[in-house]
Design a protein around this ligand. Structure first.
Ligand SMILES: Cc1cc2nc3c(=O)[nH]c(=O)nc-3n(C[C@H](O)[C@H](O)[C@H](O)COP(=O)(O)OP(=O)(O)OC[C@H]3O[C@@H](n4cnc5c(N)ncnc54)[C@H](O)[C@@H]3O)c2cc1C
Ligand SMILES: *[C@@H]1O[C@H](CO)[C@@H](O)[C@H](O)[C@H]1NC(C)=O
Ligand SMILES: *[C@@H]1O[C@H](CO)[C@@H](O)[C@H](O)[C@H]1NC(C)=O
Ligand SMILES: *[C@@H]1O[C@H](CO)[C@@H](O)[C@H](O)[C@H]1NC(C)=O
Ligand SMILES: *[C@@H]1O[C@H](CO)[C@@H](O)[C@H](O)[C@H]1NC(C)=O
Ligand SMILES: *[C@@H]1O[C@H](CO)[C@@H](O)[C@H](O)[C@H]1NC(C)=O
Ligand SMILES: *[C@@H]1O[C@H](CO)[C@@H](O)[C@H](O)[C@H]1NC(C)=O
Ligand SMILES: *[C@@H]1O[C@H](CO)[C@@H](O)[C@H](O)[C@H]1NC(C)=O
Ligand SMILES: *[C@@H]1O[C@H](CO)[C@@H](O)[C@H](O)[C@H]1NC(C)=O
Ligand SMILES: *[C@@H]1O[C@H](CO)[C@@H](O)[C@H](O)[C@H]1NC(C)=O
Ligand SMILES: *[C@@H]1O[C@H](CO)[C@@H](O)[C@H](O)[C@H]1NC(C)=O
Ligand SMILES: *[C@@H]1O[C@H](CO)[C@@H](O)[C@H](O)[C@H]1NC(C)=O
Ligand SMILES: *[C@@H]1O[C@H](CO)[C@@H](O)[C@H](O)[C@H]1NC(C)=O
Length: 617
């Protein structure tokens, strides 16, 4: 057998793992999948096997050192994918594809990302239950789960004034650490913050209190003992060894194996390709199958297993076992000016005193704002009139459009302005794009990635008689309005010589500049939306794939619409809530709801001890 391969993560006498039957087999040791495995295996009577296509990089500084965030991109620990050509993005006129980095390692994309760690607003998550009929999924249940995942360390006393935080909105014993950055550059506290206040924006507060609006210094998932990345990989390190939790690396899941192909389909396990052993194929059997392979590969595995749109499947040479055409739909990515931020050009005196030294964490202050704060009164009125007079738009499910309108009129965050880097600049994101796309297989080869098409900027609407591409129009209008307001408000107004692009440009010229700079925010979610089946869902409120008995999806592909928080925190909340749902099931093999550990004890052994183990690969 392949004991050598297992040595990094296994200690048990696992002589024939392909013949062992587990309670759970999970595809992907990523952000959600590995945290789910850690929580499920708290019960020693529950056996969990995780199959991870990538390799272990937990000891590498490219992962552990927050200042080296992102450096695993373009290495063996990155899937390094590309979207299909995107005709409605600028990309220098070529309609080019977008780079889609995703972690291919223990911890998945949580080993690669920027570690910004926040939650959604109350209304945004309550809509899951009230408008989307997802019973049990609301802000209370999701923020409870988030707090179970978190150990928050408050800011240093000297920073407390600039970093408002309230311990009652955070967790104290979860496996993922949250901290605030150690310094708040004087430019932000002396210039940006007072200018925002003078321009009429909210003052900072703890954005995890159910209202995420306003400028906030966000927590980062970093372990304060030594400033190392806190992520699902370190949560796993902290609980090693558990004889009931096994992880195989270099195990690329190819498809679900079926015990019965009568509807509802009953799975018997997951087949995988051992990429470290000549691509040999094996199967792990389990009672419950969980896909946590992320937005690209969870939809792919379902389709390769015969679940999806028959047209897509047959074109790829896969027989359809279950017609579920929603598989691979509702993929989206908030567009942002990722090629270049908007800059405020400081005069010499201001630049000398701005103290833009250091580079501790890339995004220092994040301002989330509703449409009414980001558009001029005329533009807001015009867009609102269009929204109120339109019930359906092509390319978007009516339920999704209804959610968008609700978010718009209840003043939920729709635009993020991220102040960042070592210079005075800000990057706008359109948090909830109307454009949605697909992730569909175009080959039956599991090692051939599916076609990733977020379909950026593809929704055209008519505002006051003029056809506009909505997502770019809103991003460009919002950014010009915000930058103009700040640039003309004290103290910013006297400190700058101008902005880049110049806020005084005509809207058409400003639009062109912003369009040229806009691309992926790397916040892709969707592909297997949790929605009622007739509303285009792939999984139900127990994360069970419709038409199956024991196949679930637990990762960022299930979000029914785009979170306006950065997706990692919501993904951890999803993992913890999924664990609680599974533990509460009859024959779930886990803890029952009444026997559940009190929240304060959950994963207590995993708290803030990162990283513990530097075992060699
Ligand atoms: C560069 C970058 C920066 C980001 N910054 C932030 C940020 O600062 N804050 C934030 O909140 N969000 C951020 N995000 C987004 C966030 O990291 C992701 O939304 C989230 O981590 C996705 O989690 P997941 O569980 O859905 O998938 P992943 O974490 O990607 O997990 C999927 C796992 O499955 C494995 N896998 C895939 N296919 C197979 C297969 N066939 N067989 C076996 N294993 C497989 C993968 O290797 C991976 O380990 C960022 C994303 C990127 C790319
Ligand atoms: C595993 O199962 C296969 C087929 O069911 C069998 O041929 C093989 O001998 C088993 N391996 C071990 C180690 O038991
Ligand atoms: C760490 O990151 C750097 C910069 O991206 C890269 O050159 C190097 O190969 C990485 N190291 C490993 C071991 O992947
Ligand atoms: C477009 O091309 C020009 C010239 O090659 C380059 O300076 C600019 O950065 C490019 N813009 C984008 C968005 O790639
Ligand atoms: C939610 O339920 C209501 C009432 O039954 C129904 O009108 C609505 O279409 C449902 N929404 C979705 C998204 O299924
Ligand atoms: C939210 O969901 C939980 C179950 O997950 C339920 O107990 C609660 O009543 C729901 N509603 C609110 C407002 O909390
Ligand atoms: C498959 O079905 C057989 C007979 O129905 C049953 O004995 C066996 O336990 C099932 N295996 C799995 C993994 O579900
Ligand atoms: C395994 O498959 C990959 C992708 O098809 C291929 O590049 C590689 O050569 C294969 N390895 C072996 C040992 O066959
Ligand atoms: C430059 O900015 C400072 C504030 O830092 C301001 O007091 C001063 O008037 C500005 N100088 C010029 C020439 O505008
Ligand atoms: C700039 O930052 C350094 C380090 O944080 C601090 O010691 C210094 O006082 C700051 N300077 C000003 C002008 O605020
Ligand atoms: C649109 O409808 C909302 C209520 O849904 C209302 O508050 C708002 O005034 C309307 N706006 C316009 C411009 O019609
Ligand atoms: C949207 O309108 C633009 C022209 O403004 C056009 O080039 C584009 O093809 C349209 N997009 C769609 C999806 O129809
Ligand atoms: C971080 O701190 C932990 C606990 O103090 C220690 O075991 C680990 O080696 C440290 N990691 C690094 C990268 O310094």
């Amino acid at each position: 057998m392949r004991i050598g391969m297992l040595a990094t993560v296994l200690w048990a006498t696992l002589t024939a793992c392909q013949n062992v039957t587990y309670d759970y087999v999970i595809a992907g040791a990523g952000t959600a999948g590995l945290l789910l495995a850690v929580v499920l295996s708290e019960n020693p009577d529950v056996s969990v096997m995780v199959l991870e296509a990538g390799n272990d990089a937990r000891h590498q500084s490219n992962v552990t050192d927050p200042e080296r965030r992102g450096t695993i991109q373009h290495t063996q620990y990155d899937w390094g994918l590309e979207s299909t050509l995107q005709p409605y993005l600028y990309a220098n006129g070529t309609g080019g594809s977008q780079y889609v980095p995703r972690g291919k390692t223990i911890g998945g994309t949580s080993a690669m990302n920027w570690m910004i760690h926040n939650e959604n607003s109350r209304i945004q998550l309550d809509i899951w239950e009230s408008l989307l009929n997802l019973t049990g999924w609301n802000w209370t249940s999701m923020s409870t789960a988030f707090r179970e995942s978190e150990t928050m360390f408050g800011p240093p006393a000297a920073e407390a004034e600039d970093l408002p935080y309230n311990a009652s909105f955070h967790g104290g014993a979860g496996p993922i650490c949250s901290i605030f950055q150690r310094s708040v550059y004087t430019f932000f506290s002396n210039c940006v913050q007072p200018s925002l206040v003078n321009a009429g924006y909210e003052t900072p507060h703890d954005g995890n209190n159910g209202n995420a609006n306003g400028p906030n210094f966000l927590p980062f998932a970093v372990c304060p003992q030594n400033y190392t990345r806190s992520y699902s990989g370190s949560a796993y390190t902290a609980i090693e060894p558990r004889p009931n939790l096994h992880i195989l690396e270099s195990a690329h899941v190819s498809r679900i194996t079926w015990n019965s192909t009568q509807t509802p389909l009953t799975a018997s396990g997951l087949e995988y390709i051992d990429t470290a052993a000549g691509n040999a194929t094996s199967t792990v059997h389990a009672r419950e199958i969980i896909l946590s392979a992320g937005i690209v590969y969870s939809p792919q595995i379902l389709q390769l297993s015969g679940i999806g749109d028959p047209f897509v499947l047959s074109a790829a040479g896969v027989d359809t076992l279950l017609n579920l055409s929603s598989v691979g739909t509702s993929l989206r990515d908030p567009p942002m000016t990722n090629y270049w931020p908007i800059s405020f050009q400081l005069n010499e005196t201001a630049a000398a005193s701005a103290n833009l030294t250091g580079n501790e964490y890339i995004q220092n202050l994040i301002d989330l704002e509703p449409a009414s704060q980001m558009l001029s009164p005329e533009d807001y009125e015009m867009a609102s009139t269009w929204l109120n007079s339109t019930s359906s738009i092509p390319g978007l499910a009516d339920a999704q459009f209804a959610v968008f309108k609700h978010l718009w009129f209840t003043e939920q965050p729709l635009i993020e302005m991220a102040w960042q880097y070592t210079v005075a600049n800000v990057t706008p994101y359109n948090l909830i794009p109307l454009s949605q796309g697909t992730v569909h297989i175009n080959s039956s080869d599991p090692l051939h990635p599916p076609a990733i098409d977020p379909n950026y900027n593809s929704v055209n609407v008519t505002l006051n008689g003029t056809e506009v591409q909505w997502d770019m129009w809103f991003l460009a209008k919002a950014s010009q309005y915000y930058v103009t307001r700040l640039a003309t408000t004290e103290p910013m107004a006297s400190m700058i010589t101008g902005t880049m692009p110049d806020y005084r440009l005509s809207f058409e010229e400003w639009y062109d500049a912003i369009f040229e700079w806009t691309g992926s925010s790397q916040h892709l979610t969707g592909g297997n939306p949790m929605l009622p089946r007739e509303a285009g869902g792939v999984v139900d409120t127990e994360l069970l794939v419709y038409g199956t008995k024991n196949v679930r999806v637990v990762d960022g592909s299930v979000f029914p619409y785009q979170p306006s928080a950065h997706p990692m925190g919501v993904t951890y909340a999803l993992a913890v809530r999924a664990a609680r749902i599974l533990q509460g099931m009859p024959c779930g093999g886990g803890l029952t709801m009444t026997e559940q550990l009190p929240a304060s004890n959950v994963s207590a052994s995993a708290t803030a001890m990162f990283p513990m183990n530097s075992r060699a690969v």
